[in-house]
Write a protein that binds this ligand. Structure first.
Ligand code: 5AD
Length: 441
């Protein structure tokens, strides 16, 4: 029955969700279904969702509103809502959108095909929202990957931290780490298939502790992976500032395959706000970690996440964030308005910075950061850099590639360069990317 079905997956949210979608696709294809090029014409539509901010949840409901039309044209269309928002909202989704056929939490990639079968066979929705009593397997037999040269690899799931703004512990559960031998085996297989770059994924990657007798730390795991022959690039996301120790920095410095980039979410530049966010560090402690990174023998780019308008964030607290940006000189920043989330501790603090004020703080912050990035990118003018060519440029250029430090370089060249590491001379720049000329060799 499932043999003829075609599926279409839409992913909302982070890199981990993107990998989860590839696991879902792997499971569906293994069970005989085939990917459809678009939602129209698919027999199964899966929305793999995010719940980190209210906006992400609203986006999914808006999309479900659009899909209603497809559903009304085709009663047998199966629509699944899976991932973090499904875990968080649970059966409330069915109250709002009764036509939904499947609900499943994150890390259910290996059972989605079964849920599709169950939903097709019965009139009632197929639901799998179990969490704690049912720890999910960290090994995934089938992954249908989007890229042929960059692959995400799970090293851990869940998070043991309890940042007061964050919903993730309630959607992805407690931290579970994967055996290092299995991670190394997966990476070896990927390199054997021609993958050049792997991205190690976990909610707090540097809290990784190998559960096997090898007992590797995160730095130990990185060193082990750097021994895999043929692997060109290793990235990881995201580390927590508190566990960014010298062992990790030493591993980065001594293994050239590990990319020159660290995403180190700071969230706020005010120690008072950081305390109320339960981040576990002060502004000064964070800055001392940044100085250690800056003193490393090779340059390492640093990016971050910032929340503006956290409950109680005063003008002065916000200014502390702006001065932190000036001090650190980040290579890129993702910034968000605070969004109150269910179950989180910060809910009790209210939401006392108005939406308009959050908006204007966000604008001020982004303007300041634009200038910082513009100046940092200017320094690349005329340099010859290496990029992994990974897609079509969004701009008028034909190709886009990423430097080890995660900068995007747009340039013209033949499509045959896709999936190769090539040299490009930087001939222009903006705050967000570089422009280059391919150096034919
Ligand atoms: N409101 C706004 N931003 C949030 N983030 C996490 N939770 C919230 C929230 N409740 C941001 C943090 C995190 C990133 C992935 O999303 O900056 O690092």
């Amino acid at each position: 029955m499932s043999k003829e079905r075609k599926f279409f997956i839409e992913t909302f949210g982070c890199q981990m969700n993107e990998l989860d979608s590839e696991k879902i696709a792997g499971n569906l294809r293994h069970k005989g279904m085939e990917p459809a090029g678009e939602a129209t014409g698919a027999d199964v539509i899966i929305l793999n969702t995010c719940s980190v901010r209210e906006k992400a949840v609203q986006k999914v409901y808006a999309r479900l509103g659009e899909i209603r039309k497809l559903k009304s044209e085709r009663q047998d269309l199966i629509v699944g809502v899976v991932g973090c928002m499904a875990q968080l909202e649970g059966e409330r989704i069915l109250k709002k959108v009764p036509y939904v056929n499947i609900l499943a939490g994150p890390q259910k990639g290996h059972v989605i095909a079964d849920l599709v079968d169950r939903a097709a066979d019965s009139r009632s929705p197929a639901i799998d929202l179990r969490m704690d009593e049912d720890p999910e397997p960290l090994e995934t037999a089938f992954v249908l990957r989007e890229s042929r040269w960059r692959a995400g690899v799970t090293i851990s799931e869940g998070c043991d931290r309890c940042c007061s703004f964050c919903v993730v512990p309630f959607t992805r559960g407690k931290q579970r780490d994967r055996d290092s031998a299995n991670i190394v085996r997966e990476v070896r297989d990927l390199v054997g298939q021609g993958y050049l770059e792997i991205v190690l994924l976990g909610q707090t990657v540097n809290a990784y502790r190998d559960p096997s007798v090898a007992g590797l730390t995160f730095a130990g795991l990185l060193r082990k992976l750097a021994e895999v022959e043929g692997l060109k690039r290793i990235r990881f996301t995201s580390p927590h500032p508190n566990e960014f120790d010298d062992e990790l920095l030493d591993a980065m410095v001594s293994c050239p395959q590990i990319c020159d980039h660290v995403h180190l979410p700071v969230q706020s530049g005010s120690t008072r706000v950081l305390r109320s966010m339960r981040r576990g560090y002060t502004r000064e402690k964070y800055l001392s970690t940044i100085s250690r990174i800056r003193r490393a023998p090779r340059p390492i780019a640093v990016s971050t996440d910032i929340i503006v308008g956290f409950p109680g964030e005063s003008e002065e607290d916000f200014r502390d964030t702006l001065t932190l940006l000036d001090q650190v000189q980040y290579d890129s920043v993702f910034s968000f308005k605070y969004s109150p989330r269910p179950n989180t501790e910060a809910l009790e603090l209210g939401d006392d910075v108005g939406d308009e004020e959050k908006g204007s703080r966000l604008t001020v912050l982004q303007e300041q950061q634009r200038l910082i990035q513009y100046n940092r990118n200017a320094a690349y003018q005329g340099q010859i850099v290496e990029v992994l060519v990974d897609g079509k440029a969004r701009s008028r250029f034909a190709l886009a590639g990423r430097m080890s430090n995660n900068r995007i370089v747009n340039f013209d060249g033949p499509e045959s360069l896709l999936g190769h590491i090539v040299k490009v001379e930087v001939a222009g720049f903006s705050a967000n990317s570089l422009k280059g000329v391919w150096i034919q060799q």
